[in-house]
Every structure is written in structure tokens, then in C-alpha cells.
Design a protein around this ligand. Sequence first.
Ligand code: PLP
Length: 397
Amino acid sequence: MKLSTRSSRVVPSPTLSITAKAKAMAAQGIDVIDFSAGEPSQDTPDFIKDAGKAAIQSGFTKYTPVAGTDELRLAIVEKFQRDQGVTYDKSQILVSCGAKHSLYNLFQALIDPGDEVIIPAPYWVSYPDQVLLADGTPVILHTLESKNYAIDPSALEACITSKTKALILNSPSNPSGSIYSRDTLKRVAAIAKKHKVLVISDEIYEKLVFGDPPFLSIVTVDPEVVDQTVVVNGMSKAFAMTGWRIGYAAGPKDLIAAMSKIQGQSTSNPTSIAQKASIAALQGGSAFFEEMVNDLRPKRDLMVKQLNAIPGVTCTTPPGAFYAYPNVSGVLGRRHAKGTISTAADLATYLLEEAHLACVPGEPFGSPSHLRLSYTPTMDTIQRGMERFRSAIQVLS
Ligand SMILES: Cc1ncc(COP(=O)(O)O)c(C=O)c1O
């Protein structure tokens, strides 16, 4: 069958593919240690599940307004007031089937063929593909590990052309865990205002932060940029709700209305039951994600320490999210019985096939000298996984 050129422009999500491969190996009885997942290991808290169950029991199982219920959108308005100090009108909020869907709607509503979207690297794998699906052109802005992946203002300005439509910020970042400082955000906001570029601020890891530096949203740092910013967030990471599929966007009313129109002709409303559960989550206080951060901190420290003990591997301590992002350039070029490890992808394949250790190579994140490892499994699993990693590297020539 002749498929659309649009469909051939994008690749399957590499993170989801590796997780699927690791799960398939585990299903064959192989003892795979999986550091590839992009989700918390915790179960969704009971108070959130209870709200979902109550929604089913009370018959809240029909269509809702396309953009989400008034009750949920008002809970999101309150969340932005409480956490970001920004007041949105309900008409500026769109609830979608996950933050990925929020971003999809956004690019479809914003981009005309040839429009450019600036994406700082390393970036979340789906940004370039979603821009391509909207017939846009991703423009990659490289950042330096030695500068904690901060955006260099002059490099950003050099990327801006007459076709630039938007700039994506993702802080805390997937994959690097880095967080933009107040100073970086101020400078970026000034450039966005000067060139009238829309800022897309993906804040899905907002609550998974270790305190230094603190998380700040660009809309908090510079209230003047609110009118040209879309903040994207969701329930998946902070509330361990990846399967419930609720994300949301807050931004200029006309853009949100266009996104809502697209959603109305594709998925309609997000699941009614998950919307009810999300209200409980947003109104449920901070205890759950504070516990999650307390659980993650020693895991992060253990993984980073063990990675740094492997010859050829270096790893900075990520201040947010739940990924370690070691630089493995010191391992590239080394050989094993079946060949040479020339790329991070070769290393990830070698680790999966020979050490039964699943992690994601840096190439699809736009940084080919790195691997991404989630430190969400148990301390014991991290310890065992790091031993496998070290042994697998030790036998290389
Ligand atoms: C940076 C980033 N943004 C957005 C998402 C999408 O999250 P969801 O669609 O589950 O809300 C993810 C998921 O991995 C992510 O890492």
C-alpha cells in the first residue's frame, strides 16, 4: 500500500521500542534489568484510584466537553496560581490525552509547512517527530554538558530566522535531568519577546526535583512572556499516572481554541474517569511527590556514583526528573568478541544482548555520546545493574 509521505517522515518512539524489546526478552525467561522506562515505579496513589472508581460507580462515564470538564480545568487554573503565580482563565486551558497529545495538538494548530521550531539538544525524542508530522522543520540548538545544558543566548539568537515559530523548553529535562536557572530563563524570555517567538515550556517533570537548582517556570520568572507561552504539563510523572493519559496545556486563548478544535475532530474529550481522578490528584497536596523524590534521591546518588566508577564513563548529578545521563565517549571505539562499539547505540545493543541490561542510547535525544538510564527501579536492582554494566565494560579490549 502507498502510505502517506507524512507517515514515513517519523520513526517509532525509540524509548518505547527498547522497553518493548526488554519486555519481550523478559517474557522469554531472560533476567533483564530494565533502566529504559520513562515512568515512575510507584503505583498510582489510592486516593486517586478511589476518585476514578467513584467516577465509574456514579456513572460519570459519558462524553465530557472536548477541552475537559469545567471542574478539572478550574483545578488546573488553581494549580497554576498556586505553583507558578500565574492567573489563567478557564478558556486558556485544554486537557488532552497526555502531555504528548497536548504537544501534538499544539504543533498541528501552530505550524505551517516550513515553519521552524527551535529544539535545544539533548531533547525529548518526540519533539522533532511531532514538528515533522505538522510539516514543520526542527532546528536543533546544541547545548553543552559542561554548562549543564544551559541555553547560550547568542547561540539561540543565531538560530532565529523569519520562519521561526516557536522554541521548546523542557526543564527538568528528559533525558539530561537538567534545570534552567533563573538567569537562563530571563535571557531566553527577553529573546523570545524581542523576536516574537512562541515559547513552549514542557514542565512535566516539575515535581520531580531535588532542590538545587530549584525548578522555575519561565512564566514565573518573566510575567511579560505569559502571553506568548504555552505551558505543557500532565499527571503522568508527578502522580505515577502514565496509563491514565491526562495532560494539559495553558496558553493564549486563540491558540488553545484552535488546539481544542483539532482535538474535537480527533480524540474528542480525554477519558471522563481519568479526568475525575486528576482533580483528586491536583487537589491532593504534595505528600505523594515529596515521597517520590525522597525515594528517588538515594537511587540517583547510587547510580551516579556507580556509573562514575566505570572506566570510560562519566556522569554528572542530575537535579531533576529520574534519569542518569552518562557520557560514554570513553568507551566508544573499544571491541568485544562480536565487533566494535562505535556508537552509543552499539553500546546499548551490546549491554542489552550481552549483559541483559536495557538503557536508551543518546542518538534519538540528539546527543550521541550518552546513554539514558532510569533510576526508578529498586536500590538492589540498580546495584546489580551497575555491576553488570561494569563487568560488560571490563571485558572490552
Ligand atoms: C519531556 C516529556 N514531555 C512529555 C511527555 C509525555 O507525557 P504524557 O504523554 O505521559 O503526559 C514525556 C513522557 O515521557 C516527557 O518525557
